[in-house]
Design a protein around this ligand. Structure first.
Ligand code: MV4
Length: 445
């Protein structure tokens, strides 16, 4: 087992990893930018190393600085968390070259899923359902036009280097395709320095349901059931839950098996997530694979009683999985608490938290790096915590969440708490009747 793990991240996920390391008797090294010198991950780790200026490019994305911190502290593994370098194949390679275990998949596995056309072709070869469309890159406007005729409108254009909605365009009519193609290409080039675009049939009003998987170094892959992440705004998830209110035992079995096939086809090592679009007829289609621990991993942990960070560390150390898949025995909902103003287009609201009271009690988990007096820096994402409610049924989990949200007091900055309080009362949320379009028609009272 590792003796010392460096956590190449900040905020709540750095804290989350430190907590599990402590329970496992593993020493921890925090790294931090000058903007994070008073952060909790710095205080709770056994050692802490400053790695640079506030801008991510000079600190949490600076591979040389992080490797230097790992070498001077003698860390034998690096946990990348999510975001920053978590899906950077070059960083995973550099760790390996320095004899430091990257807690995650190999560079080859990251690359296989990082390029969306490559990933989609890999899934087709593995027999995993994908959205019908055109194989490979679009070569020209003329190609896009003829392809759309074949696929049938509406179609969606996506960037092969993309994910998260950038460089994406929905096209309803032939008159719009030329402009959409040019715009998608320009946006992809600016965002990813790669202007490759591909085309799929547009699935209308889908649900976003993802399967958590775990694979070991010995070729075993298991699934840990689903999370429903349909409650999103501009491709930012706000609420996640498990099980999905749309799930059936048959669909879970089919999606779980497809997810295992997907991961096994690249001999996947580590925890990962297969994202699917699910249409109203419960047809499901591979969308992308995330080769990291995700923000919303906690809902899975709560419904199957399973520490996913511990699993990541055990697998990186060579441990064998039992081969068992897991089905939810509880219901969990997670609300992302962001320093954003829901009454003002979710505008970021950095600054000092003057008063803080976090909820507790039966069925409540708070994963947060916030404390009274903490100054939220403007340089990073605005999530300051996650509130997770767990109960035997979905209705009870919603009631526990509402109660916990009503106890939560954060003063000094605006937060998404009022949004979540209103959402928990919404009849369509309460009945589980929602798709990825749900928040387009939602306004704050
Ligand atoms: C789609 C789609 C409909 N049809 N692909 C959004 C992010 C990127 N990962 C893929 N996305 C979508 N791809 C086809 N063929 C609809 C979306 C989509 C979406 C997906 C999941 C959650 C929220 C979404 C919001 C808008 C569009």
């Amino acid at each position: 087992m590792f003796k010392k793990i460096l956590i190449a991240n900040r905020g709540e996920i750095a804290l989350r990893v430190i907590r599990t390391c402590k329970e496992m008797g593993i020493k921890t090294v925090a790294v931090y930018s000058t903007a994070d010198k008073d952060s909790l991950h710095v205080k709770f780790a056994d050692e802490a190393v400053c790695i640079g200026k506030p801008a991510s490019s000079e600190s949490y994305l600076n591979m040389a600085h992080i490797m230097a911190a790992a070498e001077i502290t003698n860390a034998d593994a690096i946990h990348p968390g999510y975001g920053f370098l978590a899906e950077n194949a070059k960083f995973a390679k550099i760790c390996g070259d320095h004899g430091i275990k990257f807690i995650g998949p190999t560079p080859d596995m990251i690359n296989a899923m990082g390029d969306k056309i490559t990933a989609k072709q890999t899934m087709i070869n593995a027999g995993v359902p994908v959205v019908p469309g055109v194989e490979g890159l679009l070569e020209s406007v003329e190609h896009a036009k003829s392809a759309a005729k074949e696929v049938g409108y509406p179609v969606i254009l996506k960037a092969t280097a993309g994910g998260g909605g950038k460089g994406m365009r929905v096209v309803w009519h032939e008159e719009e395709i030329e402009k959409a193609y040019e715009n998608a290409k320009t946006e992809a080039a600016a965002s990813f320095k790669n202007d490759g675009i591909y085309m799929e049939k547009f699935v209308e009003e889908p649900r976003h349901i993802e399967i958590q998987i775990v694979g070991d170094q010995h070729g075993q892959v298991c699934h840990l059931s689903e999370r429903d992440c349909s409650i999103q705004r501009r491709h930012q998830k706000l609420v996640e839950e498990s099980p999905s209110p749309f799930m059936t035992p048959e669909l879970r079995e089919a999606m779980g098996n497809a997810a295992i096939k997907a991961a096994a086809s690249i001999n996947y090592e580590g925890v990962g997530t297969i994202e699917f679009l699910v249409d109203k007829h419960r047809n499901f289609y591979f969308m992308e694979m995330n080769t990291r621990i995700q923000v919303e991993h906690c809902v899975t942990e709560e419904v199957i009683n399973y520490d996913l960070i511990k699993e990541q560390i055990m697998i990186a150390a060579g441990d064998k999985l039992t081969g068992k898949n897991y089905i939810p025995v509880m219901h969990a909902i997670e609300c992302r608490i962001n320093a954003e103003d829901p009454y003002n287009d979710f505008r970021p609201s950095p600054g000092k938290i003057t008063v803080l009271h976090q909820p507790g009690g039966h069925g409540v988990r708070v994963d947060s790096h916030a404390y009274a007096g903490y100054v939220i820096p403007p340089y990073y994402d605005s999530m300051i915590g996650k509130l997770i409610a767990v109960a035997q049924t979905r209705q009870e989990a919603i009631d526990t969440m509402s109660r916990a949200l009503s106890e939560y007091v954060i003063e000094g900055v605006k937060t998404t708490i009022p949004f979540h309080l209103q959402l928990m009362k919404h009849p369509d949320f309460r009945s589980g009747n929602f798709t990825t379009k749900f928040l387009e028609g939602f306004t704050m009272q």
